[in-house]
Design a protein around this ligand. Structure first.
Ligand SMILES: Cc1cc2nc3c(=O)[nH]c(=O)nc-3n(C[C@H](O)[C@H](O)[C@H](O)COP(=O)(O)OP(=O)(O)OC[C@H]3O[C@@H](n4cnc5c(N)ncnc54)[C@H](O)[C@@H]3O)c2cc1C
Length: 444
């Protein structure tokens, strides 16, 4: 049916004009003018995937589960040869747990009590400067409880049940539109394309959809490592996050998994090196001796079984896409929003986008409803994440005694506040202008 309309369009163009240049450019045939049969053959030779999901991150996988459940024919294309091994997100909120329950997805969760606190320390082993219990069950809102699992394990388990629908090493590099058909990478057609390809993804970029907000609030060095000894050192705190403030280093240690001692450390790049240009500090990624020294500085040489898994940089922003939907291409998850980690909203918001969207597709609703509903949620969650982040900076400021570090925090704090006022008033239609660099906040 779809092929028919596509062929008809091309034939129409051929009859109307001397050629059909758009098609000639797409095919591998050498001739400038195709005959009708050639067109039919050309289209028939293409693989048609009615619903094509780009990206097998947590959001693409959850969307896939819903499509399977609703008998919506789909495939997931993932550019990498493996699913992400970085633990990144780790907190699953109650709404996400309801979705996982609806999809019958079982996860190997550890006892949440071991992850219930944020502690603020000068050094590990000492009495905390402060400790707050972060996780509270709101039984009046949900029959589920929040949970904790590193994103790398999450995707490994969530791929079960739809593994046959995931094609690895398949990168989407080209999209073209013809009538209501979407052509992808010269050899695939689809009716709907779902960009679940993350914040730096190709789909949003290709559609020229702008991000609103500040893409670059803070940059971090992000080290993923294992240490069983560190599990024991931190046992007394029951901490998910341990903020370390001493004269050597300011860092946050994220306890991802007790069973295998999986951790991550995030260190603000400017506090570490005085530089924020990632190109200038690329060498850090390869220098594992230096990285081990950094971890030892953070841990004050209290563990000696560190195994580094990966080192990367992370740009933290607070943004959402001005449009979630264009030409039958839909953005989902980080592809249409990015937010500070405070509050653990990022992955949760994306998973909940996927659920909302899947029901809209199933019920053949106008996808603009998806945009209206989910864009508002993204804005609200970004606002809350920014508030939480601001709070954590206030705490950091009260503990950091190095005046230079304090200044850096101070300037970041001001930058953040400006974003908070300008970005949000602007996007909510309130006319309010202070400062001069509004432009910086609005574009990517
Ligand atoms: C350090 C850190 C801590 C975080 N902590 C939390 C937390 O506690 N709670 C929380 O909710 N969120 C957290 N987040 C955010 C969370 O990691 C993201 O929100 C989440 O990964 C978004 O999932 P996604 O599926 O939308 O995108 P991604 O996870 O980015 O997945 C996108 C996928 O698309 C693939 N892809 C990209 N381009 C193409 C292409 N052209 N063709 C085919 N495939 C492509 C990529 O390879 C990737 O597999 C954290 C993030 C970081 C970095």
């Amino acid at each position: 049916m779809i092929y028919d309309s596509y062929v008809k369009l091309c034939i129409q163009q051929e009859e109307d004009t001397d050629g059909c240049s758009e098609i000639v450019n797409l095919g591998s045939a050498k001739t400038e003018l195709y005959k009708k049969d050639d067109y039919q053959q050309y289209i028939i030779n293409m693989v048609h995937i009615p619903h094509l999901i780009v990206g097998a991150g947590p959001v693409g996988l959850i969307l896939g589960h819903y499509f399977k459940r609703f008998n919506i024919p789909f495939q997931i294309f993932e550019k990498q040869s493996f699913l992400s091994a970085h633990p990144s997100a780790h907190y699953l909120n109650m709404r996400t747990m309801e979705i996982l329950d609806e999809l019958n997805i079982q996860l190997p969760l550890e006892n949440i009590q071991h992850f219930s606190n944020y502690v603020y320390l000068r050094r590990i082993g000492e009495q905390p400067l402060n400790s707050t219990r972060q996780l509270i069950d709101y039984k009046q809102y949900s029959y589920t409880s929040y949970a904790h699992l590193p994103q790398s394990l999450f995707v490994q388990h969530v791929q079960e049940g739809i593994r046959d629908k995931i094609q690895l090493n398949k990168e989407i590099k080209k999209i073209e539109f013809k009538d209501k058909i979407i052509k992808v990478n010269d050899d695939i057609t689809c009716d709907y394309l779902y960009g679940c390809d993350g914040l730096n993804g190709f789909v949003r970029d290709y559609l020229k959809i702008k991000l609103i907000g500040n893409r670059d609030l803070q940059r971090f060095l992000n080290i993923h490592f294992t240490s069983k000894q560190l599990v024991n050192r931190l046992e007394q705190y029951n901490s998910m996050l341990s903020f370390i403030y001493n004269s050597d280093i300011t860092a946050v240690i994220i306890k991802h998994r007790i069973e295998d001692g999986t951790f991550a450390i995030q260190i603000p790049l400017d506090l570490l090196t005085g530089k924020t240009d990632i190109q200038e500090v690329q060498h850090l990624k390869q220098d594992h001796v230096l990285i081990k020294n950094l971890i030892n500085k953070t841990l004050r040489n209290q563990v000696n079984d560190i195994e580094i898994k990966s080192v990367g940089f992370w740009r933290m922003g607070a943004v959402y896409a001005e449009q979630y939907y264009k030409n039958n291409c839909v953005l989902v998850g980080d592809a249409c929003h990015g937010m500070p980690p405070a509050g653990g909203f990022g992955m949760n918001t994306g998973i909940q986008d996927a659920q909302n969207l899947a029901y809209k597709v199933k019920e053949q609703k106008d996808l603009l409803y998806y945009q209206q509903e989910r864009q508002q949620i993204a804005q609200d969650n970004i606002e809350t994440a920014l508030k939480f982040y601001k709070k954590s900076l206030d705490i950091a400021k009260s503990f950091t005694f190095d005046i230079n570090k304090l200044k850096i925090y101070q300037s970041f704090y001001e930058k953040h506040s400006r974003f908070f006022i300008l970005g949000w008033c602007e996007t909510r239609g309130i006319s309010y202008r202070i400062g001069s660099n509004l432009q910086e906040n609005i574009s990517e």
